[in-house]
Design a protein around this ligand. Sequence first.
Ligand code: SAM
Length: 331
Amino acid sequence: MTPAQLEQFLDCVAHPALRRALEPLGEKIPQWFSEKKHGDFVRWRQALYDLATLLPAHPTGPADLNRPSIRVGAPITWEASRRQKVIEHLMKLHPWRKGPFDFFGIPIETEWRSDLKWARLAPVLENPSNRLVLDVGSGNGYFSWRMRGAGARAVLAIDPMLLYTMQFELMAAYIKDPAVIQLPITLEELPGMHGVFDTVLSLGVLYHRRSPFEHLARLRTLLRPGGQLLLETLVVEGDAQTVLLPEGRYAKMRNVWFIPSPQALKVWLTRAGFKHIQVASVHQTDSREQRTTEWMTFESLNDFLMPGNPNKTIEGYPAPRRALLTARAPF
Ligand SMILES: C[S@@+](CC[C@H](N)C(=O)[O-])C[C@H]1O[C@@H](n2cnc3c(N)ncnc32)[C@H](O)[C@@H]1O
């Protein structure tokens, strides 16, 4: 990501308030994409350079963002040793958590089958075409690309983990779409702007926030009146007053704060000023959707659950369930 690419994005979105907010960030881009942001940055950037020497300079077919496994570059008949080298360089960006991707015919089987989350989300998207989208906590951008595939006019993705933005950058280098960018920043670091986005995604972020209300309030101010929020987070069973606050780790994660029931989440959204709040789905995560793969070799769901009891986490809490809610910013 370069200041010129930010400029190109702003040109193609042509939204004055977005331009006012984001233009000053141009000068910060060199600091974000540097060793100052993460000690491994140079290694990751080298992997992208090395991959470029092994891949066709001009992709032979357009990307396909509408497939469960996002297609980046038309499949190539690889010579075995060259294919192995590509995989080795891709693995320098390990862990691959969100996907899957089909990278020039090489299947990147990520920890998460994010296509299954997309299948729950797509039916409740309001008029996906021509919308300006903000994807908060976008990971490597899987959902941002799918939103663009569904017809979004442009997508701004943000995620503070630089590795995930490097995975995004790799895909962006071959998808070549100026209307989708990702910045390696938190929601709190995003400059203030009111009523800009038609759609805001916050998928898998709320339980990581110590102050979930501030997160929800911020999302509301970013939406235009009548704009749609898609909120996905961990939930527990219970009534409108049920919220789990893990005493320590939850499913081995250190940074999990509040896990409300879907009904409690509706109250939170109401208190944050949202309207037309609907619970679109509630779903217990299974090992078809989240698992260790050769592209994500660390522990995964099966290691986070109590041996012999898939309905409890290893700490004895209810096993991960996720709810997807939709809500609208008031007019
Ligand atoms: C569980 S992942 C979810 C990724 C993707 N949205 C999905 O649903 O698969 C949570 C992501 O939120 C990001 N995140 C955490 N705190 C954030 C914040 N304050 N602002 C933006 N992103 C944040 C993390 O870096 C991480 O990539």
